[in-house]
Each structure stands twice: as structure tokens, then as C-alpha cells.
Design a binder for this molecule. Structure first.
Ligand code: FAD
Length: 394
């Protein structure tokens, strides 16, 4: 089976690894360098605290891979499991967190709902006077996205996949192209791709093009509602160093978050703009905005006593989330031979191990068995059957 994977980010490389391991003849085409899209700009968060069953299941199928990554792939991804703590300031948010914990527990994820007193007791540096409730899962954590990418890249190559960088896919070929009308005019099954390095024939094309996935889908005549949205992170030196075993704190109502580095610093973020335009993935500002970073710091001073006017900024950056209207990915064979694995809306790093496996099942078995992804079709938006995810972190 010949498979072309469009995109050398973590989703494309995890898919390539699983496909090649099962004997497929896989070529990954990356127009830039591997990881040059969103993957190398991610925060590395890996959590199972989600609201929707399918996101929880994608995490459950991914976490064991992150746990055993060094033994399996020979790469230490610096997976640190210090927990995620979601804080609610509003009663309505606390009710939602409580509901999420129930769903998570029903799916075998041992998260806990905490009241204000327990939060104050366990995390004395947090400002808890107006905390309405919280949820925590101590085994949530984070890893290094670049190391994860390198691990999957090497594993894919060792399993026999070819990774070609500097090659852009310019069209997706389908049967039924009439003579003289050129590529892209077909309406049947996929037969390959047109690229800047020539035509490549394959029985399957996997769209793992991240923020460009809408463009690549359109080449196949498929409509996927993916909006590239700019998101930023900043590394801070707080007034008081944050212990390296501190959990990743998400203050849902203050719309900010931070997680510790190993040296007292933190990686922090949050999205505040009312205006959140779609970005051109080939031309957006990759540096962080100073006024945004000041706003983050301002909000963090209301979240924990670590932060204050003496906090210093080390560096920051911006990248793109590939956002769908319901903050869930599209993972399906949308037309014969064309598999979408895109629209991860800020969760694509953590869910890449499960996704790679699911993609290999869709291609080689015709159905996914690792996780039931039947809710993640592209036509759910037209049918009005979108999913709900209240823990999306912007
Ligand atoms: C600031 C920030 C923080 C984040 N934090 C987290 C987090 O904590 N946890 C988490 O799970 N996720 C996080 N994410 C999201 C995560 O980065 C993405 O979901 C994930 O990297 C998506 O991987 P991908 O392989 O689908 O896309 P990408 O890494 O974007 O890869 C797609 C690749 O396709 C290539 N490409 C596009 N078009 C073509 C073409 N026509 N031909 C050939 N190649 C093409 C691009 O060059 C690109 O390299 C964060 C993202 C950002 C921006």
C-alpha cells in the first residue's frame, strides 16, 4: 500500500511511523523542515482532563505511549507528570469542572474535584479567596514537543518511511480527471499528489498539514472548517521561583495558565483579544506581543503569589492553533483514499500517538479500533452535530 503523508509535524510523523511499521510504503512530504509548523511552538501539555469522551479516549490511548517513549523510541521526551489543576472562579465554571470530573471518572481517569479549602490547603501560593472549585489529575503533565517530534521522525524512518523536506504538495489527484483539464479536476478516489518535485502516485493521501490543512483538503475538493489562530507563550522569571513539581495551573475564568520550568521559571499564556482573526499560516507574526505579555503577567498576579512587579520576561513566541468550530479534530477517511487528521485545536501534540495509530487503522483496516473516532467526521458541522469541549486552553 502506497501512502503519501502531507505534513512533517508530529501528527504526520506519528502516522508515518504506524503505517510504515505495519508494512505500508510511506512518503512524508514536508514543504519546509520537520516541526516547522505548530509542533515546535507548542507547550507540550499532555492531559486527560477533557470534557468530551472522545478527547478523553484520545488521551487515554496516547498517555501509555508518552510513558514508554524512551524505551520504545530511544528518546527521552522529558515527560514530567506534575499534574494539571483547573481553577474555577465562577460557580458555573465550578459546576462544569465537577461534571467533567464525573465524565473523566466514568472513563477510568482518576481526576478529583476539589473545594476551595482543599485547594488553599494543597497549594498555599495560589490566590484562593474567590476560588469556586477546581479539578486536578496528578498524572497529567507535559513533555518536550521537539523531542517527541524527533522520536517519531526517527522511528518512522527506521520503520522504512521516507521523509522528504522542502517538497510542497500543490494538488491532490483523483480518478476521473478529464484529458486536458489538468490535475485537481477528478471526483473519484485519490490517486496521488502533484508536488514541487513532480507527481507522486499513491493509493492514500493523509492530510496532516496542521494550519494549512484547509488548503490541502481543498486541493482534494474537500471542505474542512479549520481556522489558523495565533496563540502565544512567554517564559517568565517570577518574583518567587515556582517549584519544579508544581502542577500546570489553568485559571479558566481569568483565562490564563502557567507551568513550571526546572529552574524556578514558568511558561505562561492565555488569549485575551476580542478580535481573533484567521491568520495566513505563511505570514503571521511569530514573535510574541509585548502588551499581551504584560496582560498575562497582570492576570497571573491575581492567580498566584509567585508573580508581581519584579517578575521578568525571558522570551516569548507565537504559533498557530488549527481550530475547528467545536475544538475537536477531524480524523476520518473523508473521500476514498483521502484521510484527514487535522484541526487539533491546541491538542495535537498530546493526541499524536493515538492519532497516528488511528490513521494507520483507517488506511490499512478501513476502520479505527484504537479509539472510536466516528464523532470526528468533517460533515458534523453541516449536520449540526458538533461536540462540546469546555477545557480548550487558548
Ligand atoms: C502556542 C502553542 C501552544 C500549544 N500547546 C500545546 C500543548 O500544550 N499541547 C498540545 O497537545 N498541543 C499544543 N499545541 C498545538 C500543537 O502544536 C498542534 O496541535 C500540533 O503541533 C499539530 O501538529 P500537526 O502535525 O498536525 O501540525 P504541524 O506541526 O503544523 O505540521 C504541519 C506541517 O505541514 C506542512 N505543510 C503544510 N502544507 C503543506 C503542503 N502543501 N505540502 C507539504 N507540507 C505542508 C507544514 O510546513 C507543517 O510543518 C500548541 C500550539 C501552539 C501554537
Amino acid at each position: 500500500m502506497d501512502v503519501t503523508v502531507v505534513g512533517g509535524g508530529i501528527v504526520g510523523l506519528a502516522s508515518a511511523y504506524h503505517l510504515a511499521e505495519r508494512g505500508a510504503d510511506v512518503t512524508v512530504l514536508e514543504k519546509s523542515s520537520i516541526g516547522a509548523g505548530s509542533t515546535d511552538r507548542a507547550n507540550g501539555g499532555i492531559r486527560s482532563q477533557f470534557a468530551s469522551p472522545v478527547n478523553i479516549e484520545l488521551s487515554k490511548a496516547s498517555v501509555p505511549v508518552w510513558e514508554t517513549f524512551p524505551e520504545r523510541f530511544g528518546t527521552d521526551v522529558e515527560y514530567r507528570r506534575m499534574g494539571y489543576l483547573f481553577l474555577a472562579r465562577e460557580d458555573e465554571t465550578a459546576t462544569q469542572l465537577r461534571r467533567n470530573v464525573r465524565t473523566q471518572n466514568d472513563h477510568g481517569v482518576p481526576s478529583e474535584y476539589l473545594d476551595r479549602e482543599t485547594v488553599a490547603d494543597r497549594y498555599p501560593a495560589l490566590r484562593t479567596a474567590d476560588v469556586a472549585g477546581a479539578s486536578v489529575l496528578r498524572s497529567d503533565g507535559w513533555a518536550d514537543p521537539h523531542l517527541g517530534l524527533q522520536g517519531f521522525s526517527r522511528a518512522a524512518t527506521e520503520a522504512g518511511a521516507t521523509v522528504e523536506t522542502g517538497v510542497e504538495v500543490t494538488d491532490v489527484l483523483r480518478t476521473g480527471e478529464s484529458a486536458g483539464s489538468g490535475a485537481g479536476s477528478g471526483s473519484g478516489a485519490v490517486t496521488g499528489v502533484e508536488t514541487t518535485a513532480g507527481r507522486i502516485r499513491s493509493e492514500f493521501v493523509v492530510n496532516a498539514a496542521g494550519a494549512w490543512a484547509g488548503e490541502v483538503a481543498a486541493m482534494a475538493g474537500v471542505d474542512v472548517p479549520i481556522a489558523p489562530k495565533r496563540r502565544q507563550l512567554v517564559v517568565l522569571d517570577p518574583e518567587t521561583g515556582v517549584p519544579e513539581d508544581h502542577p500546570f495551573v489553568v485559571d479558566v475564568d481569568r483565562r490564563t495558565h502557567f507551568r513550571p520550568e526546572r529552574d524556578g521559571g514558568v511558561v505562561a499564556g492565555g488569549h485575551y483579544a476580542d478580535h481573533d482573526p484567521e491568520m495566513d499560516p505563511d505570514g503571521f507574526r511569530t514573535r510574541h506581543d509585548l502588551d499581551w505579555a504584560v496582560e498575562v503577567l497582570d492576570r497571573l498576579t491575581d492567580v498566584a503569589t509567585y508573580f508581581g512587579p519584579e517578575t521578568e520576561m525571558r522570551r516569548g513566541w507565537a504559533g498557530l492553533y488549527a481550530v475547528t468550530p467545536d475544538h475537536h479534530p477531524i480524523i476520518e477517511e473523508t473521500i476514498p483514499g483521502f484521510v484527514n487528521a487535522c484541526g487539533f485545536s491546541g491538542h495535537g501534540f498530546m493526541h499524536s500517538p493515538a492519532t497516528g495509530r488511528v490513521v494507520s487503522e483507517l488506511v490499512l483496516d478501513g476502520e479505527a479500533t484504537t479509539v472510536d473516532v466516528s464523532d470526528l467526521t468533517a460533515d458534523r458541522f453541516e449536520r449540526g452535530e458538533t461536540l462540546a469541549e469546555t477545557t480548550a486552553i487558548d
